[in-house]
Design a protein around this ligand. Structure first.
Ligand code: CA
Ligand code: CA
Ligand code: CA
Ligand code: CA
Length: 310
């Protein structure tokens, strides 16, 4: 299976590498079974995931290439994973320790000025702009600014493209869609976050934040879910993902912008051409051991799939 993985990876690179520029950075994306992760902000159900898939201070840097900040200022561990159909989801978990929690912004489109995540996808690995300057860029990728304690009536995962093209209906790709002062949970993006100590809020000190979310992803994102083309996850494919952690310790400026060592900074969440590549591993190469019960039907489907590629 290892050999197959390498051959498949090389073939994919040959196919895609000539069509457009790359950041040159590729990470393994672990595969997890269907229905083994509870979105509760608790990482116990990830205990079976090998540490090599996790990004911590040894694999992260400050935008521009500076070393990771001191642990008393910021400490971060995060990872992505994916599941095959029928669940067919992208997963993410992060644990963030921060000396000062800033939650000052009252405009969801400016989530990014507080302690937050910036997250983008180009699922068909096509490259090109995804910031949302026009509907072609909206179709091409997804782009979120994410904050705990969402502004009332607004999502935690704010789809940043919607303000650029001025189409609020694009909130359908977020965790909830604002309607009449409420925010209606969607069926495409589910999030759990925790902040400790209990009751921590703006200006609290020495906080620990966890993020745990999953989402459907889109090869073509349209103005409605029905008109969009969902990405169907496969083993041994390459997708474009970008994750940046923003640490604000004052209300005036971001203190740290964090991304994987060698990754492009702000451009990675704007331009698919320079987004990092993620290679989807099979179950055998991932080696994930679930700590929670797996539904029989899910295992059967995974086994059938593995049998088919051996
Ligand atoms: Ca969990
Ligand atoms: Ca900090
Ligand atoms: Ca695309
Ligand atoms: Ca902070």
């Amino acid at each position: 299976m290892k050999k197959l993985t390498l051959l498949a990876g090389m073939a994919a690179l040959l196919l895609c590498g000539t069509s457009f520029g790359h950041s040159g950075l590729e990470f393994d994306l672990p595969q997890i079974p269907n229905n083994v992760i509870s979105l509760d902000g608790n990482e116990g159900d990830w205990a079976g995931l090998d540490d090599s898939f996790k990004f911590d201070r040894s694999r992260l840097e400050v935008e521009g290439g500076s070393p990771f900040p001191p642990a008393e200022d910021l400490d971060v561990t995060w990872w992505f994973a994916y599941s095959l159909p029928p669940e067919n989801l992208l997963y993410f978990f992060a644990r963030i320790q921060d000396d000062i929690l800033i939650l000052d912004e009252v405009d969801a489109s400016r989530h990014w000025t507080d302690d937050s995540l910036q997250f983008a996808t180009d699922m068909d690995h096509g490259g090109g702009g995804i910031v949302g300057n026009d509907l072609d860029e909206v179709a091409n990728g997804q782009r979120y600014h994410m904050r705990t304690h969402p502004i009332p009536g607004e999502p935690s995962a704010w789809n940043d493209q919607q303000q650029r093209v001025d189409i609020p209906e694009l909130a359908w790709i977020s965790d909830c869609a604002p309607t009449g002062g409420n925010c209606q949970q969607t069926d495409v993006f589910h999030i759990a976050w925790t902040v400790e100590p209990a009751g921590a809020g703006h200006n609290s000190t020495d906080v620990t934040i966890t993020w745990e979310f999953n989402l459907k992803t889109w090869d073509i994102q349209a103005l409605t879910q029905d008109d969009s083309i969902e990405h169907i996850w496969e083993e041994f494919e390459i997708v474009h993902l970008a994750m940046r952690i923003f640490d604000a310790d004052t209300i005036d400026n971001l203190t740290w912008r964090i991304h994987p060592i060698g990754a492009t900074g702000p451009d990675a969440v704007v331009n698919g051409e320079v987004m990092t590549d993620w290679f989807t591993l099979d179950a055998a190469d991932t080696g994930f051991t679930p700590t929670t019960a797996v539904q029989k039907s899910s295992w059967g489907q995974i086994k059938n799939h593995l049998d088919a590629v051996q």
